[in-house]
Design a protein around this ligand. Sequence first.
Ligand code: MBD
Ligand code: FE
Length: 280
Amino acid sequence: MTTIDSPTAVGSGNAATDKFKGARFTADTSPERLSAIATEALAGLSALIHKHAVTYPEYRVLKQWLIDVGEGGEWPLLLDVFVEHDIEEVNSTRFRGTKGSIEGPYYVPGAPELPARCTLPMRDEDRAHPALVLRGRVTDLDGAGLGGAIIELWHADDEGYYSQFAPHLPEWNLRGTIVTDPEGRYEITTIEPAPYQIPTDGPTGQFIEGAGWHPWRPAHLHLRVTSPGKQPIITQLYFAGGDWIDDDVATATKPELLLDPQLDDAGRKVVSYDFALDPA
Ligand code: MBD
Ligand code: FE
């Protein structure tokens, strides 16, 4: 029997934090806007402290927990689970194309480039699971095919683990950068991911458990779809009828993003999904 290093919260958290720190971000927020947002944030905090008469022990535990979130590298996880869905919502109202969803903490650019008809990199033990075939077209808003469009696809394996955030997996397992054919078509063979559980051994998981909530996201595929002159889409696709679809801890499902794969004669689960991109 072989053993694997099982992923830890601190391992995946620190990997996510290191990935994020690799880029430096800026925003053109004015002092007036910063002041307005910060004033309201602090007023909200003040109001809840008074309303709930938050105690000194609770205040000290909060401080300690916030320190733990940072030291465990879990700021990307915590923020993407509880905050990103609102950011995505307010920033996508003007788009008419395929619905977006949150990016989450586990995107890595630069996955191996693959042709329009391809199989994602996977291990023999992944390959033992039924194949999932996702196919369709990338188009503009009028339905014209976008040849040479890029689909970046990343997802968890059948145990809910993401490559580069779990030490036992090959670097690019279940990640790929797919280029559509001249008509904008693609056909990707992979496997169905398992639902994702927020690591229970880190501060985010302890908080969720302490509040009596559940730590699950429904099974999902992550996608980033881009084409020159078009608005990039970051989204996720889910599986109709799957566990946690209506109770995602990250509040990131949308009815337009449900897949319903059907078995073909070869025992593969096959489903079509088209992506329509807004102009940039
Ligand atoms: C995930 O896989 C994910 O997609 C999000 C949003 C948060 C944590 C893990
Ligand atoms: Fe995910």
